[in-house]
Write a protein that binds this ligand. Structure first.
Ligand code: NAD
Length: 235
């Protein structure tokens, strides 16, 4: 039997954190040694020790951290990862330029993987968008994203990443954001010119896809040499 990967979940009380905890409890190969949220109620839930953000330095040793928190929590988990020399997988969106630069600097010392979207479908969509933009120079490019009303950043990190792919292909995308109901995540990339239009659409109906992608990345990233890894490197 192989030793389970020891995981720290940062942002554990949120939508993504709860999905990650559930998948870790159901599956094999992971042992959650700590769950960190902005505040904690109970000390232990389902055998997992809980820590408030202010107690981060007291978490037990772990192999890889998984961060789905908010930008205000990101600096602390990045600093702890560097201090402990542990790998970090992060899906937190809305990071500032300074936070992105700090992540890049940390990759000199630890293995890091940040992705705006951990779904395989969106990884493929990025490639389609770049190819379409390159094949259709001069077409208008618009990216429309829709998410649940609790989502704080706009445009979504995924929309910005799709925009970067369109930019690689030579397009200059515009963005529109919708916040409604409990939409998990929808992205439409539209290319239009006089008389015709292409729409490339990805719809996520279930948060499991992001959590499974993050857990897969975590299992591959633990123990790796320092560097900034991409999801497609580890699939
Ligand atoms: P949420 O609001 O439901 O949960 C946020 C979590 O972060 C909570 O547990 C909260 O306690 C914790 N938190 C807030 N401030 C903190 C701090 N200062 N220190 C430590 N923890 C803190 O959010 P969510 O829907 O679970 O999403 C979390 C993040 O993941 C968002 O940035 C979201 O955009 C992103 N996200 C990314 C992907 C992806 O595939 N990359 C998918 C879904 C969501």
């Amino acid at each position: 039997m192989t030793t389970p990967t020891r995981i720290l979940i940062h942002g554990a009380s949120g939508r993504m954190g709860q999905t990650l905890l559930q998948l870790c409890a159901e599956g094999e190969g992971f042992r959650v040694v700590g769950a960190v949220a902005r505040k904690v109620g109970q000390r232990v839930i389902d055998g997992v020790p809980q820590f408030a953000a202010s107690e981060l330095h007291g978490v037990p040793q772990y192999d890889v951290g998984i961060d789905f928190s908010l930008p205000e929590g990101f600096d602390a988990i990045l600093a702890l990862s560097v201090e402990r020399g542990t790998a970090l997988v992060s899906g937190t969106t809305g990071l500032t330029d300074a936070q992105r630069a700090a992540l890049q600097a940390a990759s000199q010392r630890i293995a890091v993987l940040w992705a705006a979207n951990f779904s395989l479908g969106v990884a493929v969509l990025n490639e389609l968008v770049e190819r379409t933009a390159a094949a259709l120079p001069g077409w208008d490019c618009d990216i429309v994203e829709a998410h649940h009303t609790q989502k704080q950043d706009a445009p979504s990190g995924t929309a910005l990443a799709l925009g970067a792919s369109a930019g690689q292909g030579g397009a200059h995308p515009h963005y529109a954001s919708l916040r409604a109901g409990d939409i998990v995540g929808e992205h439409t990339v539209q290319f239009a010119t006089l008389g015709e239009r292409i729409e490339l659409i990805h719809r996520a109906s279930n948060r499991d896809i992001f959590a499974r992608g993050a857990l897969h990345a975590a299992s591959k990233l633990a123990g790796r040499a320092p560097g900034a890894y991409r999801l497609r490197d580890l699939l």
